[in-house]
Design a protein around this ligand. Structure first.
Ligand SMILES: Cc1cc2nc3c(=O)[nH]c(=O)nc-3n(C[C@H](O)[C@H](O)[C@H](O)COP(=O)(O)O)c2cc1C
Length: 185
């Protein structure tokens, strides 16, 4: 009989693994509430996981639409799935934009040239492409556009379809601890 502690350990291991190397969980689908109130979902790379704070981190462009969406409605959802293992993890949490310059600098320094280059274009994501030679701003300007976002996890939903008897677990975080329960898939 599987216990909720075993499932929680598996979830945390899967998230740690996803940020240490490329796994199917590395690419998550982030759901936000759009400025018009409608749903928005897009892929983001999970870059760090802090098991103590139950916090997932991703990088984005501060000019992208998801940033004002998060500022306005910090409640977000993220879904990861692994087709090989036949598992899905859905999480809900509270997103915050990290202001701490030291933390942002330490992450910025780990980003590859390609990733940093994405922030150096003055062209704003989601705006029409203009037919003119592309110019690039300096590294300091690119860094200003780099947003480092944390999602503090509050609810987890783990679905495992790998065995004939499907399993689903729900976890809620209360007072810093997780309580989990097996639910009907
Ligand atoms: C494989 C893949 C990885 C991506 N990773 C990120 C990411 O880590 N951060 C990000 O902001 N956008 C990432 N994107 C782009 C987003 O899915 C999205 O198109 C972009 O961020 C604009 O979203 P928005 O207009 O809703 O803000 C990725 C897209 C793909 C296909």
């Amino acid at each position: 009989m599987t216990t909720s502690e075993e499932v929680l350990d598996l979830i945390f291991e899967s998230l740690q693994d996803a940020t240490a190397r490329r796994t199917p969980f590395t690419l998550g689908y982030l759901g936000t509430v759009g400025i018009d109130g409608g749903p928005r979902v897009r892929a983001v790379i999970l870059r760090r996981f802090d098991p103590v704070r139950s916090r997932i981190m991703f990088a984005t462009d501060s000019r992208s639409e998801k940033v004002p969406e998060i500022r306005r409605s910090p409640r977000v959802a993220l879904t990861m799935s692994d087709d090989q293992r036949a598992v899905q993890l859905r999480v809900e949490g509270h997103a915050t934009l990290v202001d701490d310059t030291d933390e942002r600098v330490s992450v910025w320094e780990t980003l590859g040239r390609h990733s940093r280059g994405l922030y150096s274009s003055p062209a704003v994501p989601g705006t029409p492409v203009r037919e003119r030679p592309e110019v690039f701003d300096d590294d300091a300007t690119a860094f200003d556009r780099f947003a480092w976002v944390g999602v503090e996890l509050e609810r987890l939903d783990w679905l495992d379809l790998s065995a004939p008897r499907h399993a689903r677990w729900r976890f809620v975080r209360r007072d810093g601890g997780w309580s989990g329960q097996s639910v009907v898939p």
